[in-house]
Design a protein around this ligand. Structure first.
Ligand code: SF4
Length: 556
């Protein structure tokens, strides 16, 4: 049996029939999305290899695997397929490490559904997490340590009792690429080195100031030591990743006041490192590279956050010239760069061979339509464009979508409700922006974008489980309604063309998505009406006599 066994949240291992946005499906309440619909739409899990290991795994697990292989033999470190866990776990297994994103269903999108549906909705993310943990506990011995890590660990700081519920020995917080071998060995031998690690966790107060809390169930890096690995301490992956993910940088630096990523040091992967990792995925059968960062236009950017043309062009050129790669796209980026630098977007589109049959999907944190809130919470997000001299926030966004669509980029926006200092007027500004974008055109074609509302819930309310008492205000409901109205429109328009798989699966999934979009809209509409919201007002809000905002933004 293996010494170290590594596993991921199951929800991160499905292909979701290759429909954009379906990756969000597990955030939905299991009480509202029936098992047979969920099982069909989640598609296939990463297939097993002949020996029972998973062919693909999440990027974070692949990084820990590589790190452990520095000090351990190949047969000592394994990443099993869910169906074959019992083949690899035995009495001599020392540590089982599980990476998770949203184990308890407390993430912003999952919570937005919970608030909308008005209950603790037992989301699919949570059901899948519990299924995985039950299966692990059924085969593991008492001697084997069970450890969780990954971006979802913060949820256990809110609900630490969940660790005991599934016999989890430790929750590990933060980046550990450089220290995983030492940490796993110390956990196995029950001797945590206090010079390296702190038994506790880092949290944030209401104003996003860092706090530390002692708790013997948590391990984080000791305060006062180097808290993050340097670039050369981050190992390359050695086996392929789910969805062909490859990281290109860590950190961001733009400084939005609600975002933890900006607190991490900037580390840019050089193109040689990125290529090596993509080649691992190509060997695993991939022809695509999904380039992960939290802000692609920050890749080696300038002092005033101006995009680095040479670095971005070299990056995408380098990726597209790897033998076997035919498609690439970035995961996240901000809207101001497409708004101010259309020639950069055109050049990148040429390199990525974007076109009507090859849209470049990218997630964009729009957060709000309100210029006031944008200035409070994310004053740098428009840089190097300046709100005022280069246009209003809404004009910058409009121009950004126009330029993206012109060169076949499709933004997947997220907007927040419940931000600090939010007023009703701010939410109505968001409604007006969504409506204007939804009714705009580029070259005679409607704007292509999606928009997903997220609930911002203060940690205090989450801790006290008071979120079920949160009632969406009329203006917040208006943001939900405008978003789901546009999503239903997009689902009806694009569901078939964006899917993958054979024709029957594609037809089935596109019909379900299109119907699901309409059903969700009807459901949201009924909640809105019950709460007295005038949905006719929402439909037309911000449109007036003009259908588009003509933006003065012009950088080049
Ligand atoms: S631009 Fe995005 S990743 Fe960067 S600080 Fe703002 S929200 Fe975070």
């Amino acid at each position: 049996m293996a010494k170290y066994v590594l596993l991921s949240d199951l929800t991160l291992l499905y292909n979701y029939r290759n429909f954009p946005l379906l990756d969000f499906l597990p955030c939905a309440p299991s009480s509202s999305v029936p098992q047979f619909i969920y099982s069909f739409l989640k598609g296939n899990e990463s297939p097993p290899l002949d020996n029972g290991e998973a062919k693909y795994s999440t990027y974070s697990i692949r990084k820990i695997e590589s790190s452990l292989l520095r000090n351990n033999r190949r047969e000592e470190v394994t990443v099993p397929h869910f169906d074959y866990i019992d083949r690899f776990i035995g009495d001599d297994t020392e540590v089982i490490g599980v990476s998770t994103m949203d184990p308890l269903g407390l993430g912003p999108l999952t919570m937005s559904y919970a608030i909308l549906f008005g209950n603790d909705s037992y989301a699919w993310v949570r059901r899948e997490w519990e299924e995985l943990l039950k299966k692990i506990n059924a085969v593991k011995s008492n001697k084997t340590k069970l450890v969780v890590g990954g971006p979802g660990v913060w949820e256990f700081t809110i609900r630490p009792e969940e660790l005991n519920k599934f016999n989890i020995d430790y929750a590990v917080q933060g980046e550990i690429d450089d220290v995983a071998p030492e940490l796993f060995s110390q956990i196995s031998e029950d001797r945590i080195d206090k010079n390296m690690f702190f038994e506790g966790y880092v949290s944030y107060d209401e104003s996003f100031s860092r706090l530390t809390r002692s708790n013997s169930k948590f391990i984080s890096r000791r305060i006062g030591t180097r808290m993050y690995p340097t670039l050369d301490q981050i190992p390359d992956i050695v086996r392929p990743t789910m969805k062909d993910i490859t990281e290109v940088m860590r950190g961001c630096g733009v400084g939005c006041d609600f975002c933890e990523v900006t607190l991490r040091p900037l580390r840019y992967y050089p193109i040689e490192k990125i290529k090596r990792e993509i080649e691992v995925n190509v060997k695993g059968g991939s022809n695509s590279a999904w380039l992960h960062s939290d802000e692609i236009f920050a890749y080696m950017h300038g002092k005033r956050f101006e995009p680095n043309y040479d670095a971005l062009i070299d990056l995408f050129n380098g990726v597209m010239t790897i033998p076997g790669i035919t498609h690439t796209n970035p995961t996240h980026g901000r809207i101001s760069i497409p708004a101010g630098y259309p020639d950069l977007i055109r050049k990148l589109s040429d390199i990525m061979r974007a076109g009507p049959d090859n849209w470049i999907g990218i997630q964009v944190g729009l957060e709000t339509g309100s210029e006031r809130l944008a200035k409070i919470h994310m004053p740098n997000k428009t840089l190097p464009l300046k709100v005022g001299s280069d246009g209003s926030w809404q004009q910058i966004v409009w121009k950004g979508v126009y330029n993206m669509n012109l060169y076949y980029w499709r933004p997947a926006f997220t907007v927040q409700v419940g931000q600090g200092d939010e007023t009703d007027e701010d939410n109505w500004e968001t409604v007006s922006l969504i409506n204007r974008l939804s009714n705009s055109e580029v070259n005679g074609k409607p704007f292509e974008f999606t928009v997903t509302p997220m609930q911002n819930i203060p940690l205090g309310l989450l801790k006290n489980r008071e979120f079920s008492a949160i009632k969406l205000s009329e203006s917040q409901l208006a943001v939900y309604y405008a978003s789901y109205r546009h999503l239903a429109k997009m689902a009806a328009r694009d569901a078939y063309s964006e899917g993958g798989g054979n024709i029957l699966a594609r037809l089935g999934a596109s019909a379900l998505i299109s119907l699901g979009g309409r059903a969700m809209l009807r459901y949201v509409e009924s909640i809105c009406r019950k709460n007295g919201l005038d949905v006719e007002k929402v439909k037309n809000y911000g449109l007036g006599n003009q259908k588009t905002v003509i933006a003065p933004v012009q950088m080049n």
